[in-house]
Ligand binder design. Structure first.
Ligand SMILES: *Cc1c(COP(=O)(O)O)cnc(C)c1O
Length: 234
């Protein structure tokens, strides 16, 4: 199967899952996660109708976006925000899903202000013992207030990564916690669900599932250079 065929199949399964829990399938976006995939994968996804692309590493993303030229797709940053990379992140992406502390927010806000932009952001909330980054659900309201005090940022909601577990109930509980946290901060975007757990995420109210391997197959283990060969440096 190619990317378009996989997207079509997932779109059908997503619509069925949404209807099964009385949700509007059109209220759930598919974000294509293209980390470590070649620029060609982005091109294929966009040609197949994907409107949102996610990348984790700034340098890798910049190289691939430059190779692609203009696309209509919205570019989401979903990796860890290092304050020292804030300017490059703001220059490269349309939205940042991974704001997990005040320092990251402040760095992005300064860079967005300097660029004359208002940057949409999500708070990354930690709902999993296996996940390293993200603010705790309890801290989220305070972080949300800090982000809302920065006029060059626009807080839209919450992103979270589900626990790496085969326990579907634990997954459901974790996603519910993300949904409750999003409600607590008054968010409208809930970015939860990946290739292995998007069904549980949709049941919990996800408005955006982030799919890598389900769309593109297994990931190469290091970023791709423009020529398609693996590069080690990120
Ligand atoms: C890699 C990644 C994904 C996609 O993971 P798959 O399991 O391949 O679908 C989604 N979200 C984030 C934050 C990621 O880093």
């Amino acid at each position: 199967m190619d990317v378009a065929e996989r997207l079509h199949a997932i779109g059908g399964a997503l619509a069925a899952e949404a209807r099964a829990c009385n949700r509007d399938p059109d209220a759930i976006l598919i974000l294509a996660v293209t980390k470590f995939q070649p620029a060609e994968a982005i091109r294929e996804a966009v040609a197949a109708g994907v409107a949102d692309i996610g990348e984790n590493y700034v340098q890798e993303a910049r190289a691939k976006f430059a190779a692609l030229g203009a696309t209509a797709a919205r570019r989401h940053f979903i990796g860890h925000v290092q304050s020292s990379k804030a300017k490059a992140i703001v220059a490269t992406f349309d939205i940042v899903q991974s704001v997990d502390r005040v320092k990251a927010a402040a760095g992005l806000a300064a860079a967005a202000h300097a660029a004359g932009k208002r940057l949409p952001v999500l708070l990354q909330v930690n709902i999993s013992p296996t996940e390293r980054y993200g603010c705790s659900p309890a801290e989220a309201p305070k972080l949300a207030d800090a982000v809302r005090a920065l006029p060059s940022l626009r807080l839209e909601g919450v992103m979270a990564i589900g626990p790496m577990t085969a326990d579907r109930d634990a997954l459901r509980r974790a996603f519910q916690l993300a949904a409750d946290t999003n409600a607590a901060i008054g968010g409208s975007v809930l970015s939860i669900g990946m290739s292995g757990d998007w069904r549980e995420a949709v049941r919990a109210g996800s408005t955006m599932i982030r799919l890598g391997t389900a769309l593109f197959g297994p990931r190469p283990s290091a970023p791709m250079s423009k020529s398609g060969s693996n590069v080690i440096a990120r």
